[in-house]
Design a protein around this ligand. Structure first.
Ligand code: DGJ
Length: 734
């Protein structure tokens, strides 16, 4: 055995890689014919010798005799599939790679070439296994970044043309994942679905035979489906994994454009193969001599401790590795944003008044949303014209920002840089800058079209506009919106063969512009938004500090949206506003009490979006008190471990718990949305506490001191009566 790192071991004879994390093992190997094949992913293999002892790999198979190897491996109860399957030979499932070589050959045979173990800049072990085509000048580097303490693997691949003639890629996915073969049960898929105002709805479905595809073809991540999956083993006796128990394999893709995750099941024994990456519908990539195509990362993990642990591992990964480092450890400020109050109808005077009132509440970041620029009195004009409206702000933004800063708050601004209205100076000057097909109408949404960011001059224009705004004004935060999917993805000036690179180039250009701006203005924080939560993914979380999950701010609906969000994404990144009970979006038309609204919004990064002019002194004092309370618990909510104690999908009660990593403090939110049939009291059992310590419990009718053990077994009794009642309970270890 070549012992290269405790997390990455290579057994030269017979040629196996064992990736080990704290609790999991991932095993793949190369057969004598050079095929690199997946073998196992799941609970830890404690004795590395076992790997060789089992004689896991097929020997002496001729190249191309795939069936022979498959049968041999199947007899050993293993998954006989290529680690990164390419389309060719007898492979009929979803290929990770589909390439066309010179002369029109469209079938690929990838075999082992070499491998290397490195350490990433963030100190993580990295394995790179290079495959090469048996006849044509193509190489694929398979990257495996191991996050040992979080039981995660971050995988991506780089496809390289090492020859002189062009190679066309029809599919180049990030990774293929193979689940262990099982019998007497069925894999069950958990995923997030939705639409505008209804994002991140959790669904559990038994995986049917054949192929299930989760995808977006809209050039954005989409509200309809989110690039996250979890699979657990379901059988009639156990009912599958729960929040804190059971085996779960899960993953999320770091890509903010069109994407695809396919899950293919065949039964008896149950076999599941997952492939994911950039969407191959409307994708063709020309790989010129010496060029590379790098796929986005696809991060996945395994846990034996249920969906809750899967989420906590993904959350910690975002906090510790993924979120932009400049802000990752900073607590997110309390926001005020008047979008839902005024929409486009505001001016400097109104914002001055709001700023005074927001400061009194304890707001830390005062934001002006859509409407501050050009002639923007409605959503039909001025997108693209990023100059301050002379009508609304005759003196520029300077005086308002000065006032906001004097009041002790930072100032933030909304932009939607990738869109343009037909009625704008930008479109009049550059009608060719939008995606379009000649002789076809240019579809509009909110009278907006999409700028073609694949054009370098468009990316430069966007960078320059933002650069100017940020250099001339003391702006601490940008909310970057995107309000429509791309249609007619044509670029008439570009060579025909490059036309279908647009969906990828757009996203890459977006990341590049934001990264350049971040480098130049490191103090600025960035929020991603897309008509609510249509651009929520690990790609955005790598480049942005926080995300707007939904335009639906109804506090009860939000419990469901926020729950789904938390399956994959960290609470710190999730922005929640307290808005008018009967807010301007009039969702559900229900007036809920302030306490419930705050308790719903306090579970991530808090904001307020109410009409502050309507506040009475008493109401203002109440709001200020909630904001003070939020600030006191903010480190636990934003950086703690989340336990979803009771899902809102289960009944009339929901509960969430956030525990500080050292288990010295915790907060519990309990929500009761209905009381009927004289609902008897229900105890809520906590998780993640230190059983040996005593905790002071505040927020019940009277303060008590109880052991962690009892809080986790006997549980708490939150006395909530009536509809839409809620409690915030604080625990401090003594
Ligand atoms: C959609 C966003 O989700 C809202 O928060 C708001 O910023 C509007 N766009 C502005 O047009």
């Amino acid at each position: 055995m070549e012992n290269t790192s405790p997390a990455i071991q290579y057994f030269a004879d017979p040629g196996l890689w064992l990736l080990s994390t704290a609790n999991t093992a991932y095993l793949f190997g190369r057969s004598a014919n050079g095929r690199v094949q997946h073998l196992y992913w799941g609970e830890k293999i404690t004795d590395a010798q076992d790997v060789s002892a089992f004689g896991l790999i097929a020997e002496g198979d001729p190249v191309g005799d795939y069936d022979v190897i498959a049968v041999q491996l199947q007899r050993k109860g293993l998954v006989p599939v290529d680690e990164y399957p390419a389309w060719g030979g007898f492979f009929y499932q979803e290929p990770c790679l589909k390439a066309t070589f010179a002369g029109g050959v469209r079938d690929s045979h990838l075999v082992y070439s070499r491998h290397e173990v490195k350490t990433t800049s963030d100190g993580l072990p990295l394995l790179v296994v290079t495959l090469k085509e048996t006849l044509y000048p193509l190489e694929v580097d398979l990257y495996y970044k191991v996050v040992p303490e979080l039981d995660l693997l971050e995988r991506w691949s780089v496809v390289r043309n090492t020859g002189q003639e062009r190679i066309e890629l029809e599919a180049a996915l990030s990774a293929g994942w193979h689940l262990p073969n099982r019998v007497q049960g069925q894999y069950r898929l958990t995923h997030l679905t939705g639409r505008w105002n209804t994002e991140c709805q959790v669904r559990h479905d038994l995986l049917p035979d054949g192929k299930t595809t989760l995808e977006s073809r809209r050039a954005i991540t989409s509200a309809e489906m989110n690039p996250f999956f979890a699979l657990d083993w379901w059988d009639a006796d156990s009912g599958g994994a729960g929040e804190e128990s059971g085996e779960v394999w899960f993953g999320a893709l770091g890509w903010s454009g069109s994407w695809k995750i396919t899950l293919e099941r065949s039964a008896d024994p149950e076999r599941v193969y997952i492939a994911g990456g950039v969407q191959d519908f409307e994708f063709r990539w020309q790989l010129g001599a010496g060029e590379e195509f790098t796929t986005p990362p696809f991060t996945a993990g395994f846990t034996a401790n249920g969906f809750g642990q899967a989420s906590r591992n993904l959350h910690r990964y975002q906090l510790d590795y993924l979120l932009p480092r400049s802000h990752a450890r900073k607590l997110r400020p309390v926001i005020y944003n008047s979008w839902e109050v005024y929409f486009f109808d505001f001016n400097e005077e109104k914002q001055f008044e709001l700023a005074d009132r927001a400061a009194r509440l304890g707001v830390e970041l005062f934001v002006i949303d859509d409407g501050w620029y050009g002639r923007r009195w409605s959503d039909r004009v001025s997108l693209g014209d990023w100059f301050v409206s002379p009508e609304k702000f005759p003196n520029g933004l300077g005086p308002l920002i000065k006032r906001v800063n004097e009041l002790g708050m930072n100032f933030g601004l909304w932009v939607e840089p990738e869109s343009v209205n037909a009625d704008s100076d930008l479109y009049r000057a550059h009608p060719d800058w939008v995606y379009n097909f000649p002789r076809r109408p240019r579809n509009e949404v909110r009278k907006a079209m999409m700028l073609n960011l694949a054009r370098p001059e468009v990316a430069t224009y966007i960078f320059d506009c933002l650069d100017k705004l940020l250099s001339q004004n003391n702006i601490s935060y940008i909310k970057w919106d995107f309000n429509r999917p791309i249609t007619e993805p044509g670029w008439p000036d570009a060579p025909l063969e490059h036309q279908r690179e647009i969906y990828v180039r757009h996203v890459t250009a977006l990341y590049e512009v934001v990264d350049r701006l971040r480098a130049k203005y490191p103090a600025v924080a960035w929020e991603a938004c897309s008509s609510g939560g249509a651009r929520l993914d690990l790609g955005m979380i790598r480049h942005f500090d926080q995300v707007w999950p939904s335009d639906n701010t109804d506090p009860f609906d939000r419990l469901f949206i926020q729950e789904g969000y938390s399956f994959a994404y960290a609470p710190k990144t999730m922005v929640n506003w307290v808005t008018e009970s009967n807010g301007s979006h009039s969702i559900n038309n229900q007036a809920l009490n302030l306490r419930y609204r705050f308790h719903s919004a306090m579970t991530g990064t808090l904001g307020v979006g109410e009409d502050l002019h309507r506040y009475t002194p008493e109401y203002e004092a109440e709001v200020a008190a909630y904001i003070r309370e939020y600030k006191a618990i903010r480190p636990i909510v934003q950086e703690g471990d989340l336990y979803r104690l009771i899902s809102p999908r289960r009944g009339s009660l929901a509960a969430l718990e956030y525990v500080k990593p050292d288990r010295s403090e915790a907060v519990v939110f309990v929500y009761r949305h209905t009381e009927h049939y004289w609902f008897s009291a229900a105890r809520v059992r906590l998780c993640g506490l230190d059983p040996a310590r005593s905790y002071r419990v505040e927020g019940l009718r009277r303060e008590i001191v109880v052991s962690g053990q009892s809080l986790m077994s006997l549980g708490l009794l939150p006395e909530l009566s009536g509809h839409f009642a809620s409690a915030l309970i604080k625990l401090t270890a003594l």
